[in-house]
Design a protein around this ligand. Sequence first.
Ligand code: XMP
Length: 516
Amino acid sequence: MDKILVLDFGGQYNQLIARRVRSFGVFAEILPYTAKLEKIKKNAYKGIIFTGGPNSVFDPESPHYSKEILSIGVPVLGICYGCQLMAWMSGGTVETAPVSEYGKVTLKAKTGSRLLDGVPAKSTVWMSHTDYVAKAPGGFRITARTDDCPCAAMENEERRLYAVQFHPEVTHTEYGDSILKNFVLGICACSRDWAMDDFIDRTVGKIRETVGDKKVILGLSGGVDSSVAAALISRAIGKNLTCVFVDQGLMRKDEGDFVESTFTKLFDMNFIRVDASDKFFEKLKGIKDPERKRKRISREFYNVFWDVIRDIADGDAFFAQGTIYPDRIESGKGATKGKAGSSVIKTHHNMGKIPKDVDFLGVIEPLGDLFKDEVRSVGERLGIPRELVWRQPFPGPGLGVRIIGEVTRDKVRLLQEADYILRDEMAKCGYEKELSQFFCVFTGSKAVGVMGDHRTYENVIALRAVTTDDFMTADWAKIPYDILAKVSSRITNEVRGINRIVYDITSKPPATVEWE
Ligand code: XMP
């Protein structure tokens, strides 16, 4: 399979570059700029892309790479910082630009460039830079400029080195996809053999080969990643897969039953559902502080989960988890300190590390190469219901962090009912597609109300809905009033014990998405 390397210099769009390349049907992987040249050569990439990054190439602390990489016979495309770096490595001049460019800018392209083939004389590109290439290196031809950037694209066709100061990977760049395609499919001549159907067949084969007739145990949370991993492994080894699903009593209404019926009806596997709700409510008694609550839920989950696993693992099974590619990527961030950031490994759904006294033959992570959208696509191909494949994120501690103050069974029940109505209405009117995440919060406040001739003193529920790309920042969603009105009226009419609904109109920051 042909592969493209995205060499990460700390840019915020590194994953986006890899995802764009993959969307053409070509496998792309990301390595930090600290990756050894020997490793890169051994991997036989068909092309290399240098990402952007926040540094200045002339800062001695900034991330650099051995010049040799430009001469190993593999085409290279430098983007933004990567463009400046290529210029710097090849003897060009990089300076602080008199005018920084940020946002949409008009690119004026010359003809005759393979990279810019199909890009008209004038088009819109996305810029974000304070330095620029003041003088292109010898042997390089400038192929595009903007009003403030004399070298917005350059190339050395003979050596197959290309660079663009703008970001072709972001959608604001009108011909960004064509430029990346020209590089990946044209210049690097990659074949388009990264397809999800092939991925499924290949991975099923690999799992069978690794596992043989041994057993595999997987912790299923009902989230997208672990569900898709479960379906994939089940296709490979059927009943030799055992999924353990811990129900802490803090899921949304009917969710545990839905997960159980989906996996037991649709897939061939052993399914163990552990009802640990009594234990969880007991452990949560009297705990109000959000951090203590989170820790308690996490610890209890971990205890229950591993108690079950310990019994069935017996040193003769593999452990599987739904780790996906972004969880594994070692980033090129932290570049200013001259070293790569540390790698982040998923502690999946609060499972934490595998305890020392649980012995496995090995760990398998069948989705370790996939981005989230690819995981979803595999999930759909494997026949997992859309409801599960496209579900919004749900925090590990579940409704426990959506109940302010002490968590009790009664509060969970009220919150589940209210949340169910919110989801039902959003699905009916189709507005859920506009939202990244939405849910109800049990605020812990009580308010006076009136019902018929009676005064009531009942619970206040908050509605929370956000739109976001990455959940690092989020905007509160401007849900139309008529939808909010319907939700409010249904919850207060249908759920006894709730007499007031408020809408959270705070973005992140300063708020977080969850209330705890
Ligand atoms: P916050 O509240 O931090 O949430 O703005 C950002 C996103 O993360 C989810 N979230 C969690 N997910 N375990 C998880 O698996 C957790 O403990 C947790 N806390 C928050 C939250 O739902 C939102 O999507």
